[in-house]
Design a protein around this ligand. Structure first.
Ligand SMILES: Nc1nc(=O)c2c([nH]1)NC[C@@H]1CN(c3ccc(C(=O)N[C@@H](CCC(=O)O)C(=O)O)cc3)C=[N+]21
Length: 424
């Protein structure tokens, strides 16, 4: 079973952790400014969609800061806002001593974008002023890296899809600082390369750019940071629904990284304004299997396992997954291409030849799975079978340290602790 890493649980945890600070904050009248832009009636649909995401997220931020006792100034700039008008709003927020933090929701209209750099860097809690904010990365990037961290104790390869984007850069910088091995992918790259990674972080905002062609059961964690509102009121992430059951863990959209970002912003503001030692929210991962362990499992080492009802269920899930893995879809989209199903043949050559073959790094193609029984079911059994007395999926535990990665045959050698902790 794919475990969903619940961002909602993270946010709930953060709200509990920081609730006590509200009594200190509220009487001070401190404020946070959240500035966003409204589209014009006749703006292109994709621009409107981006500003809709920006609106949803601004509203979440308002709620989060108000929960902490701050007054949230939600400033909505109408279509046709001039440079002078935007500059004035920023300047007022910069000058007001009660306004402790400022967030400009992205994307601003192109002609206003340079002005964002006029924000007082000391109030820049989302790292929008390049290199001058007190933070090295935006709150989304920090949140992502802190979700990744407990899954990355054994030096896994982490693919970052959309590595050159605003959030992607923050993720790359942070994970590199922590000494992780990275695979950076962006527009024009063959995204099937993610099959050779252990963890996949996708931050493109291209709905459905990753599908059954890219994701594999050995992926212990897939982080989906896409958030694209649809006309029917639903939301799409970077990962196709058809691939949701393939990896071992996944952050869903909605309910994943969005709420994690809110938890991160709350923590930043509380630490800055109230208590530098305020506790951190944490994710406590369920067990997972490494690529090697999956391969070993596939070679029949599980014969001794007692069948149990749970095993049967796991095997059935595994078979579903296998079927998904075998679906012949014309994937292999590169970042930057819209997920319309169109492809540029030149960008796909190598990837398409490799399709269905085990990757050089040991990733399993469907053919290999079929030839050795059902390793995915084995994997599911290993991860979820008897002996795992932990709490339910996606549970977060503020006090638990990093949990032992697995309880399979060969323990994962622990990675030396990285200094400084995640994301800061
Ligand atoms: N300077 C800046 N920083 C951002 O972080 C930023 C931005 N600009 N511009 C827009 C995008 C989009 N974004 C979201 C954050 C949270 C949710 C979120 O909380 N979503 C909930 C759903 C909330 C609902 O549906 O009401 C969820 O995923 O479960 C969504 C989208 C941040 N962005």
């Amino acid at each position: 079973m794919t475990e969903h890493v619940s961002g909602r649980d993270v946010l709930r945890q953060a709200k509990e952790l920081y609730e006590p600070y509200r009594n200190d904050v509220a009487p001070t009248g401190q404020r946070v400014a959240i500035i966003r832009f409204q589209p014009a009636e006749n703006d292109p649909p994709d621009w409107k969609i981006k500003l809709e995401a920006s609106k949803v997220s601004a509203e979440q931020k308002v709620k989060s800061f108000e929960h902490l006792g701050f007054q949230a100034d939600h400033v909505v700039m109408p279509p046709g806002t001039t440079r002078a008008q935007f500059a004035e709003v920023l300047e007022r927020a910069n000058q007001d001593p009660q306004t402790r933090a400022i967030i400009v929701q992205f994307p601003p209209p192109a002609h206003l974008q340079p002005l964002v750099q006029r924000m007082d860097p000391a109030k820049d809690i989302d790292a929008l002023t390049k290199g001058r904010s007190p933070y090295n990365a935006c709150a989304t990037a920090e949140g992502i890296c802190r979700v990744v961290e407990p899954f990355a104790k054994d030096d896994p390869v982490i693919a970052v899809v959309g590595s050159k984007g605003f959030v992607g850069q923050g993720v790359v910088t942070t994970l590199r600082e922590q000494g992780h091995r990275l695979m950076e992918l962006d527009a024009g790259d063959d995204l099937r390369r993610v099959r050779d990674a252990d963890i996949v972080v996708s931050v493109t905002g291209n709905p459905g750019i990753l599908g059954p062609d890219h994701l594999r059961p050995h992926h212990r964690l897939v982080v989906d940071s896409g958030f694209v509102p649809q006309a029917d009121g639903s939301v799409k992430g970077d990962v196709q629904r058809e691939a949701y059951d393939i990896p071992q863990h996944l952050t869903p959209v909605p309910g994943g990284i969005g709420p994690v970002e809110m938890a991160t912003l709350m923590e930043r503001v509380v630490r800055r304004e109230v208590d530098p030692d305020a506790p951190s929210w944490k994710v406590d991962p369920r067990p997972y299997l490494t690529k090697d362990q999956l391969t070993q499992g596939a070679q029949g080492a599980q014969g001794a396992q007692e069948p149990s009802p749970a095993t049967v269920t796991a095997a059935q899930v595994g078979e579903d997954r296998q079927a998904l893995g075998e679906r012949a879809v014309g994937g292999g989209q590169s970042v930057g291409q819209q997920a319309t199903g169109q492809q540029t043949p030149g960008q796909l050559g190598a990837g398409q030849q490799a399709a269905g073959q085990p990757g050089a790094g040991g990733s399993q193609g469907p053919g290999q799975q079929a030839s050795v029984g059902n390793p995915i079911a084995q994997a599911a059994r290993l991860r979820t079978g008897a002996g795992h007395g932990g709490v339910g999926p996606g549970t977060v535990n503020p006090t638990a340290g990093p949990s032992a990665p697995i309880r399979a045959q060969s323990p994962v050698p622990p990675k030396p602790p990285t200094p400084g902790g995640p994301g800061r």
